[in-house]
Design a protein around this ligand. Structure first.
Ligand SMILES: Nc1ncnc2c1ncn2[C@@H]1O[C@H](COP(=O)(O)OP(=O)(O)OP(=O)(O)O)[C@@H](O)[C@H]1O
Length: 575
């Protein structure tokens, strides 16, 4: 029930549209009621052999109501699309904003496919509940007041009976609510998991094929689809039982109203003309309730999504993002200090960083070397504020990292990750992303610096060539060089190269190294590299092992005195 009202709250972002939807609903019901009432009046006039003019007048009034109703229905169809789009856009942007605020630490804990299902199909399925069912409740309430008053004037008992039936049709679904909520949640979980599995399999298709397990995986997917189908049937079974109950109430309400009126005519309590009106109107009076039941039925999937949707929206925001934070204070060549920094990814988990002390000097190049899993990328994640650390353990220009607003902090850092992500779009758009206001000339300049201009101009449409999803149409090295151009264009005072040249060949690597030297000028740079050759020129190199800093110095110094570093270099020379 709590979820029910939380979902209704989303309509506050489309108050005007919700009011129009209710008015349109009332207009349609009113036109339909008038049409039937004029028809009843015309039938009575014909039976009583009244004059032609009166009959014709009822006939024209009935047709006019019919046209008004048809016009309103048509407009409502068009309006509903706009209304639904506004509500769904609002919900989607709230989810996306929340995921962005929570950052990679939240995203890494979720299956991407689950989040994707929630944002696409999940939000889509809320349409029926929010834009049809909820406004229809208001339509039913107003209609009930009008119908009860109108019908009570014809036949008091029938009016009260119709009022009772209307109330039942609104209340029944909510009586069923606790019983169905578990089933609905399970239904959505099955659906989201099936979707996530499907996306996983599509993305990992080459791996599945190469491992020769694609058939086995196909069978797993099929079993999951069967599980989902079973859950759908359970969901359908419950939703059908409450809509069947509502249909029985409506049909019984109509029949009993007519029967009661007939008895009252026989008892001489009301004239037969009232019976004719009841005969025509009783069904019409309960029609909005019937529509309500259909909308309720269509709302089931939407309601099943509520738990997951609210889980994301209510997920606690890290403290840092809530406070009044600084949006200035990082200089042109900032100094970064890590003091006694320890970190675990999971609460009560093992320390991934252990009492790390490091200084990335202003305007200099600092490198971190170490075997896989030693904690190098974790330091990058912490510098970007993706995870929270103990306060004041990382300082930039003397100020605690957590005192900076996240957007500001990230605007001061250019990063090239080891698995650079390119978005579906043109090469130009992908580079420009770093600085949307950059001119075409600046984009070309950045691409030249990253040694990728030649490659781009030789593409079929040059800078306007579309790159596939995740840059799938390009090689790892090409993707990386475009990402480097993006980082160069951003022109931030801190440059982080996290294995930036790991996927380029040696020739390209040397050229990129030269380009990066240019980019590193007058910046504070942190380089994390597998290949020792890429960090030989660094002003200072930290050597890490199992989350500990085990050594520090220049390449020559470390070669002389640091055994771990010597081993790293030796291991590399045999590769
Ligand atoms: N999101 C995460 N959740 C839990 N543990 C993680 C997460 N990311 C990394 N780790 C763990 O933290 C440790 C350090 O990982 P990190 O990625 O920092 O190492 P690295 O030195 O950068 O390795 P590589 O050179 O292979 O990229 C590893 O044991 C890794 O398994």
């Amino acid at each position: 029930m709590n979820h029910f009202f939380r979902l209704v709250y989303f309509l506050k972002y489309a108050k005007k549209e919700t009011a129009i939807r209710i008015l349109l609903g009332l207009g349609i019901v009113g036109a339909q009621f008038s049409q039937t009432w004029f028809l009843a009046k015309m039938v009575i006039a014909v039976c009583e052999k009244r004059n032609m003019k009166e009959i014709l007048l009822f006939f024209l009034a009935e047709f006019l109501s019919l046209f008004i109703r048809a016009g309103l229905i048509k407009y409502q169809e068009y309006f509903l699309k706009k209304y639904a789009a506004k509500v769904k856009n609002e919900i989607r942007s709230q989810i996306l904003d929340k995921i962005m605020v929570l950052g990679p630490s939240f995203k890494n804990d979720q299956r991407t496919g689950n989040l994707q299902s929630l944002i696409t199909d999940g939000v889509e399925s809320l349409e029926a509940f929010l834009t049809q069912y909820i406004p229809q409740i208001a339509v039913v309430i107003f209609t009930t007041i009008f119908v009860t008053t109108f019908m009570c004037r014809l036949d008091r008992t029938v009016g009260l009976l119709l009022f009772f039936m209307s109330a039942v049709t609104v209340i029944v679904p909510h009586v069923f609510m606790p019983a169905v909520s578990d089933v609905m949640v399970l239904y959505w979980k099955e659906y989201a998991q099936l979707n996530a599995q499907y996306i996983d399999d599509m993305q990992g298709m080459s791996t599945l094929k190469s491992l020769g397990v694609s058939k086995k995986e196909g069978k797993r997917l099929k079993d999951q689809a069967i599980g989902f189908a079973a859950e759908s049937m359970r969901n359908l079974g419950i939703s059908l039982s409450d809509s069947t109950l509502i249909t029985i109430c409506i049909t019984a309400g109509t029949s009993i109203s007519i029967l009661l009126s007939a008895i009252h005519v026989a008892q001489g309590k009301i004239p037969y003309a009232v019976l004719i009106q009841v005969l025509f109107l009783a069904g019409e009076c309960l029609k909005p309730m019937n529509d309500l039941s259909i909308y309720w039925h269509n709302s089931y999937t939407g309601l099943s999504v509520a738990e997951e949707l609210l889980y994301v929206l209510d997920y606690p925001v890290p403290e840092k993002t809530k406070e009044n934070l600084q949006t200035t204070g990082i200089g042109e060549k900032p100094e970064i200090v890590l003091r006694n920094l320890s970190f675990q990814y999971e609460k009560d988990g093992a320390d991934v960083l252990k009492n790390v002390d490091m200084v990335f000097e202003s305007g200099k190049v600092t490198a971190i070397a170490g075997k896989s899993g030693s904690g190098k990328s974790t330091i990058v994640n912490l510098l970007l504020g993706f995870y929270e650390t103990e306060k004041n353990r990382i300082q930039i220009d003397g100020k605690a990292l957590e005192s900076f607003e996240s957007d500001y902090l990230r605007s001061q850092i250019s990063v090239v990750f080891q698995d650079s992500f390119l978005f579906y779009g043109t090469v130009r758009d992908n580079i420009r992303m770093a600085r949307p206001e950059a001119s075409d000339a600046e984009i070309i300049q950045a691409a030249m610096a990253a040694n990728v201009h030649e490659f781009i101009v030789n593409l079929p449409n040059g800078y306007d060539t579309l790159v596939g999803e995740r840059g799938a149409t390009l090689s790892g090295g090409e993707r990386q060089r475009i990402a480097i151009a993006r980082a160069i264009l951003k022109n931030a005072p801190i440059l982080i190269l996290d294995e930036a040249t790991s996927s380029v060949d040696c020739k390209n690597e040397q050229e990129i190294q030269n380009a990066l030297k240019e980019a590193m000028k007058d910046r504070t740079t942190l380089v994390i590299a597998h290949r020792m050759t890429t960090i030989e020129d660094a002003d200072r190199i930290y050597v890490m092992q199992n989350g500990l800093v085990e050594g520090c110095g220049t390449h020559e110094e470390l070669l002389q005195k640091d055994q771990i570093y010597q081993n790293l270099v030796r291991a590399q020379s045999y590769e």
